[in-house]
Design a protein around this ligand. Structure first.
Ligand SMILES: Cc1cc2nc3c(=O)[nH]c(=O)nc-3n(C[C@H](O)[C@H](O)[C@H](O)COP(=O)(O)OP(=O)(O)OC[C@H]3O[C@@H](n4cnc5c(N)ncnc54)[C@H](O)[C@@H]3O)c2cc1C
Length: 406
């Protein structure tokens, strides 16, 4: 019996793949939409017994993220796993299913004046997709990333075993903090079905203090701002291909405290700075993330952010991102071909490498992802390969998407 019929027999919602389900030009033979962890386990057990290659889809907005993987036989659509399972406002904890949109999670906890401290620059992200891609936005400076806020997870392993972080010990994966391993794994280790996060109270007040600077003054200004005791929630820069650079600091806190911190921040800026409580530009990435454009992620130690941003700008890229966390994004002009992009990436990798950072092609059109090394040099590859071998020895979960062809 084929996978489609076997799953129909198990009463899982299943259908043949269609053009809209394509992953890197490959239409999967089968699309399953399980409801709840138990059905995800059923689907994975059936897929495992047939050696089927499985790709997970949350909202489906970032399936071009990472390397080009092996053509999937099965697309596991988690949109049926979107329930809020538990919210304990007193303990600042929320537990949800992984297919829940991040925006729905935020809506659910907002009534208690709480939030998950992770921004959503691309609308639609599900909690599972957020964990699997370890995305972060401006507030990373203050609250960290999913890795810091995730306190528990339920995952289903490739062969269909259900495991809970901090709970049930699974023979092959004993000793690992399962939830944290999932962060950034791009769906290659296991399927996240439930996640528990630590929440933060929504601050009573918040405002952006921002200014524009010339390239020559950027390094000094960032050094000064990184050195303050103002405890900003975000410190961002935006450097379009033409025009001057915007530097903005987000201050959040109590109604009594924020105005004084704003004044202190303006003094630190040392140049005329505007105050705006609804500055929304830092949430938008400088390129589309649906695989139609090329978007790089550039990291470095804090002291080298200006140098790296300047090098990317000189190559004609639009640079934007968290100057206070050393994480920048660069949008590449659509006309850039494979060879030119390759040269740009090599150049930026050499610079970032000297400054303790890295350059990754996060997403790009298929031709570029096929012909450019999207990851570059990565430390600790043998450990990652060993983990993949332990979690997914049959290479069934999104093989090829992660570093080192994991
Ligand atoms: C450069 C960049 C920065 C971004 N920064 C942020 C940010 O700061 N905050 C933010 O909210 N969003 C951010 N995003 C957007 C964010 O990446 C996507 O919105 C989100 O990751 C996609 O979620 P999705 O549900 O569409 O996942 P999909 O596109 O469906 O899946 C993304 C990846 O995760 C895997 N996956 C999905 N669900 C699961 C699961 N349950 N278990 C295992 N694997 C799974 C998929 O197979 C795929 O490899 C950023 C995107 C980019 C490109």
């Amino acid at each position: 019996m084929d996978l489609l019929s076997a799953l129909q027999d198990r009463e899982v919602q299943v259908r043949a793949g269609a053009a809209d389900d394509a992953v890197d030009d490959h239409i999967p033979g089968c699309v399953a939409r399980p409801v709840g962890t138990g059905q995800v386990a059923t689907v994975l057990r059936e897929a495992h017994s047939r050696g089927a290659v499985v790709v997970v889809r949350g909202h489906g907005s970032k399936l071009t993220f990472g390397g080009v993987g092996v053509a999937p036989d099965l697309l596991l659509d988690l949109s049926g796993c979107g329930r809020l399972l538990e919210h304990q406002p007193g303990d600042l904890i929320v537990r949800v299913e992984a297919g829940m949109p991040l925006a729905a999670l935020q809506d659910a906890v907002r009534g208690s004046s709480q939030r998950l401290g992770i921004d959503e620059p691309v609308p639609g992200s599900t909690v599972g997709g957020l964990i699997a891609t370890n995305t972060s936005g401006p507030r990373r400076l203050h609250t960290g990333t999913a890795r810091d806020l995730l306190i528990g997870a339920t995952v289903v392993l490739a062969e269909g075993t259900v495991a809970h972080s901090g709970g049930k010990v699974v023979k092959n994966v004993a000793g690992y903090d399962l939830g944290k391993l999932m962060v950034g794994s791009l769906g290659t280790l296991a399927v996240v079905t439930e996640a528990t996060f630590r929440l933060h109270p929504i601050p009573a007040q918040g405002a952006w203090v921002s200014t524009t600077v010339e390239a020559a003054d950027l390094e000094q200004l960032l050094a000064r701002l990184c050195d303050t005791q103002l405890a900003p929630s975000a410190l961002e820069i935006d450097w379009p291909t033409e025009g001057s650079i915007t530097v903005a600091m987000l201050l959040e806190g109590t109604t009594d405290g924020v105005p004084a911190r704003i004044e202190a921040a303006r003094a630190e800026f040392g140049v005329p700075a505007a105050v705006d409580d609804a500055l929304d530009w830092p949430w938008h990435l400088p390129a589309a993330t649906d695989g139609s454009e090329t978007l790089l992620k550039l990291t470095s130690r804090l002291g080298a952010v200006a140098e790296l941003a300047s090098a990317a700008h000189d190559l004609g890229l639009h640079v934007r991102g968290a100057a206070g966390s050393g994480v920048l994004y660069a949008g590449v002009p659509a006309s850039t071909g494979v060879d030119d992009l390759d040269r740009m990436v090599q150049d930026l990798r050499a610079r970032a490498g000297r400054q303790g950072g890295a350059v990754v092609v996060l997403t790009a059109p298929l031709e570029i992802r096929r012909n450019v090394d999207v990851w570059g040099p990565v430390n600790g590859l043998p450990v990652m390969q060993r983990l993949k071998q332990e979690f997914d020895p049959g290479q069934q979960l999104a093989p090829g998407r992660f570093v080192g062809d994991i």
